[in-house]
Design a protein around this ligand. Structure first.
Ligand code: CMP
Length: 586
């Protein structure tokens, strides 16, 4: 070949294989990611034929993880988490402790070193949020209280794992691995100093992100959105997500995943976060596929033959150990059996964090590579079996309803705790909605409903327009425009009435009308006084923004200029016939 095309080959063959495999998986009613993992296995060095470049795929996979975590951060709702905290936080933490202990014990019984055993135990203790969300979506269960509990539980698990990813390198050497990422320093400094420095770095990064982020990021996003360019908006998001992930890894030594997660969290404060999520989704999907491919590539299928008993043990821990622990914990925390069963089904799988943790374990020479293969085998099998587990819980719930005592456990007990939980969730949503409403001017639909002028624009254009507006309130009698002044802003009335005073005549205007446009269009001073009659809510546009909008949406210029023209003619006429009546001109 004329030049090195290994990157192109990896991506092209990767997508070309992932697509049919994903499609077949979907046809088999399995999550498509099982297909991507299989495609990865086919591309790996353990299977003859095309072998993708492992190092390149690894890097592409890291981008996938960053974007995935950025997405998790973007959707992370502290309010929702707080609403389910009483069950999700203790449940997730105790469950991680129990499963990690069992997994570690199991591996040590096999004769593994503590470090390797611990990485395996931790990897098996965390379930995949991606797999759970897909399963809940299929069952329409994301918004139900049981669904919220399961999602909250997994988010706590994710957060614990993010912490583990940060701590693992610091502990690598003590646990029998090699701290190669920060060569030289840890051994000289000792464990506690390294740990202290690592935690200090992470804390300073988190504090900086949470202090500066919510001020700077939404502002930046707004400025970019106002340009109306979708491509600049997406570019800004990628620059923020990857830039923060990479920059924070360099400066603070935190993982790419943590950096990207916080980039998402700070952006999720912005009312543009839904657009941000929609814009990055395609790229996130594409790179997530590369991530699953790279994981599949690491899988050595021979473990299925050489270590069937270990795989069976790992699978039993995931399917039975984790589910039973979750089931008992939820019941112990006082929640009904149905919530416990859903949590159990939700947790009967392992996924992205297990791979990331396992991969890091291998990189730090803690986990032998066949350990990673065990994790991968556990993930592949448990994800594939997960739909069956959900189906089985449905059958159990149906059967249990027939037994009076169990029916009580399922339904009557539900009323108390779950209603309170639902109330907390609703309160959290209302608070979040109120917060966004305080920052936000209007949605594209509201803008069209209130101002017929904008009805002809596309929803996307209307969203851009609404970003240019600044809300302003006025009290009765407040003078908004003084005749003869220089023009500063154009006003759009969303609530209340104002009065235009031209000479001795008065014109009343109400919601949906606009004023203050004439001076801009003619370059003359203000032609009239305008005073608020009620408590008014107004939207204002600066001169620069007004010009920009007229330039960008020529369809707006015509109707606005026409109104201004009629107004100025009426005023001229009124000047000539001072005692005539001034007509309302719009
Ligand atoms: P401007 O001249 O910038 O500032 C005063 C505003 O009052 C003017 O823009 C118009 O928007 C509004 N105005 C002036 N004359 C009339 C009129 N006859 N009817 C309605 N509005 C008017």
């Amino acid at each position: 070949m004329p030049h090195d095309v290994s990157l192109i080959a990896t991506i092209a063959v990767g997508f070309a294989l992932a697509f049919p495999f994903g499609f077949i998986a979907h046809r088999l009613r399995l999550p498509p990611l099982v297909g991507y993992l299989m495609a990865g296995v086919a591309m790996g060095r353990f299977i003859p034929g095309f072998t993708a470049d492992g190092a390149l795929t690894g890097q592409l996979a890291e981008i996938g993880v960053m974007l995935l975590m950025f997405g998790v951060g973007l959707h992370f709702s502290p309010g929702d988490l707080m609403a389910v905290r009483q069950i999700a936080i203790p449940g997730a933490i105790v469950q991680i402790l129990i499963v990690t202990a069992i997994g570690t014990g199991l591996a040590m019984w096999w004769g593994w070193k503590l470090g390797a055993a611990l990485v395996l135990g931790l990897s098996l203790s965390v379930a995949s949020t991606v797999v759970l969300l897909k399963a809940l979506e299929e069952r329409n269960g994301v918004a139900t209280p049981d669904g919220r509990i399961a999602v909250g539980w997994l988010i706590v698990e994710d957060l614990v794992m993010v912490l583990m990813l940060v701590l693992l390198p610091a502990f690598a050497e003590v646990l029998g691995g090699r701290a190669e990422a920060s060569a030289g320093h840890p051994s000289e400094l000792g464990l506690f100093t390294t740990l202290g420095v690592t935690l200090l770095k992470v804390i300073s990064f988190v504090v900086l992100a949470l202090l500066l982020g919510p001020r700077v990021m939404p502002w930046l996003l707004r400025q970019v959105a106002r340009t109306g360019s979708r491509e600049l908006f997406t570019l800004c998001l990628l620059a923020v997500a990857l830039g923060i992930a990479f920059g924070s890894a360099r400066l603070f030594g935190v993982s790419f995943a943590l950096g990207a997660f916080f980039a998402g969290v700070v952006l999720n404060e912005s009312d543009l976060s839904h657009r941000a999520a929609a814009n990055t989704l395609p790229l996130q999907d594409a790179f997530a596929v590369l991530f699953f491919l790279s994981v599949g590539m690491l899988f050595d299928p021979t473990v299925l033959i050489t270590q069937p008993s270990r795989i069976a043990a790992v699978l039993a821990l995931i399917l039975v150990g984790k589910s039973l622990t979750a089931l008992l914990l939820v019941l112990l925390l006082g929640y009904p059996l149905s919530s416990a069963l859903l949590a159990a089904a939700a947790l009967a799988q392992i996924g992205e964090f297990s791979f990331i943790l396992g991969g890091l374990g291998v990189a730090y020479h803690l986990l032998p590579s066949d350990g990673l293969s065990l994790i991968l085998a556990g993930a592949l099998l448990s994800i594939s079996l997960n739909p069956l587990v959900f189906a089985a819980t449905d059958v159990l719930v149906r059967r249990a309803r027939k037994v009076a005592w169990l029916k009580h456990q399922l339904e009557t007990k539900r009323a108390g705790v779950l209603t309170r939980l639902e109330e907390r969730l609703q309160a959290a949503h209302a608070a979040a909605a109120a917060k966004t409403a305080a920052h936000k001017s209007y949605s594209p639909e509201e803008l069209a409903a209130r101002f017929p002028l904008f009805a002809k624009l596309t929803p996307e254009q209307r969203e851009t327009v609404s970003l240019h507006f600044k809300p302003r309130a006025a009290t009765p009698g407040e003078r908004l425009i003084r005749v003869g002044d220089k023009a500063d802003v154009v006003y759009f009335i969303s609530e209340g009435d104002v009065e235009v005073i031209v000479g001795e005549r008065k014109v009343k205007m109400g919601p949906g009308d606009f004023f203050g446009e004439m001076a801009f269009l003619s370059g003359q001073p203000r032609s009239a006084d305008v005073t608020a009659l009620d408590f008014c809510k107004l939207l204002t546009l600066s001169q620069r923004d007004f010009r920009e909008l007229l330039r960008r949406y020529p369809g707006l210029r015509g109707p606005i200029s026409e109104v201004a023209q009629v107004r100025s003619e009426t005023n001229l006429e009124a000047k000539e016939r001072p005692h005539g009546k001034v007509a309302r001109t719009d």
